[in-house]
Design a protein around this ligand. Structure first.
Ligand code: ZN
Length: 397
């Protein structure tokens, strides 16, 4: 199996393919250009690989957002990010798209910093970079491993992609996931990867707007659907499978909310790597059930259990592993048979993945992800190395 460098797009291929078959030539043209551009960028990403330059690093403890403008050009990976239009601390622009991106990045940074004491995506103060006005009628938003990119949509099916705070939170969470347990982007690990982005995308919105679990809409991308499209959002954590029903989006929302309806698809790009945006409905709904059963603010106990689990999972984690780890985390943090532990067990049972005995961590899988990404672990390792070096220097005297 080839090593995938996923382009984490908010609009899955099954939607774009449906749009490409539309009888409306504008919709068809916009969908095809989005598909072609995404494939091109994906190819470039495979070549560029995981380049994380020092330029993206920042002094710890500081929020640094930089918004760039592609001015409707379909920029290559090498041409991005474009022209800098608003840097951290600069006054608002007259262009609302630039301000929406700036504010959305800030809200996501603040959520992870204030709730989890996480310093940006890499926990080392990585600068948050976004490019707006990417391409013409580009119907997508994505995280390319280094930055966010937003299209403007074509206003027929999708409106501008900076409008939705949970979409911005979703895409940046792909960055956090990549720097932590980084489940492989295919089949069940891929659906978990997508689900963590939906969960934290929704939590960024709930935290920013101070909505508790009962009053939150639990939708992803509600602001993206253009008027007249039959649906309320791209996905629903509350009721997966109910977000939309429109032939221009390929019919009904295909997300299952129970393991018995798990959708088996080929493990290739055309089929969204085994339907990672489809089967994510199952873990999404499990989180929703935990949060609503506990009540209050979802970013508190439920969100903390999910974040700790994201740090503990591994590359090949399955739904069952996620169920087991979240239950283990809930028991360790709040006590065995605490309300939190029980809520987690009940939720996973209701989506058809009952919690089993805790999975032993797969050290072989976990090591690379930790060494590669988890800032805190890396920091500790470096400190230890520094201490040893210091001792050696003293000994050499
Ligand atoms: Zn995603």
């Amino acid at each position: 199996m080839c090593r995938r460098e996923p382009l984490s797009c908010i609009i899955p291929p099954h939607m774009l393919r449906a749009m490409a078959k539309s009888s409306d030539s504008d919709v068809r043209r916009a969908a095809l250009s989005t598909l072609v551009a995404s494939a091109r960028i994906r190819g470039q990403r495979e070549i560029v690989g995981r380049v994380r330059t020092a330029v993206l690093s920042n002094a710890p403890g500081r929020k640094h957002r930089s918004i760039y403008n592609a001015a409707h050009e379909m920029m290559s990976e090498w041409e991005l990010p474009g022209t800098l239009v608003r840097d951290e601390g600069q006054p608002p622009s007259s262009d609302p798209t630039i301000n929406e991106a700036y504010d959305g990045l800030g809200a996501t940074y603040d959520y992870f910093a204030e709730v989890f004491n996480r310093n940006s995506i890499d926990d080392r103060g990585m600068r948050l970079v976004a490019t707006v006005h990417f391409g013409t009628s580009f119907n997508n938003a994505f995280w390319n491993g280094k930055q966010m990119v937003f299209g403007d949509g074509n206003d027929i099916i999708f409106a501008g992609f900076t409008r939705s705070l949970d979409v911005i939170g979703h895409e940046l969470t792909h960055g956090v996931t990549e720097f932590t347990s980084n489940p492989e982007y295919h089949k069940q690990p891929g659906a978990l990867n997508e689900s963590f982005s939906d969960v934290f995308g929704s939590l960024v919105k709930q935290y920013t707007r101070k909505q508790d679990a009962a009053s939150a809409d639990w939708l992803i991308g509600a602001e993206l659907l253009a008027p007249g499209i039959g649906g309320v959002a791209l996905r629903s954590l509350k009721d997966p499978g109910s977000a939309y029903d429109d032939p221009r989006l390929g019919g009904r929302d295909p997300q299952p909310k129970h393991m018995s309806a798990f959708v088996r698809l080929p493990d290739d790009e055309w089929n969204d790597w085994g339907g990672v945006h489809i089967n994510s409905g199952i873990p999404n709904h499990a989180f929703y059930l935990v949060a609503t059963q506990l009540g209050g603010n979802a970013w508190e106990d439920a969100g903390i259990i999910w974040y700790d689990s994201l740090l503990q999972l591994w590359r090949t984690a399955q739904f069952q592993d996620c169920a087991n780890i979240t239950a283990q985390v809930a028991a360790a943090r709040f006590g065995t048979e605490s309300a939190q532990h029980q809520a987690v067990k009940t939720a996973w049972a209701r989506v058809g993945v009952p919690v089993a005995a805790p999975s032993p961590p797969r050290r072989r899988d976990r090591k690379p992800a930790l060494a590669e990404g988890n800032g805190r672990v890396l920091k500790r390792q470096l400190e230890r190395l520094g201490e040893e070096l210091q001792k050696t220097i003293v000994a050499l005297g």
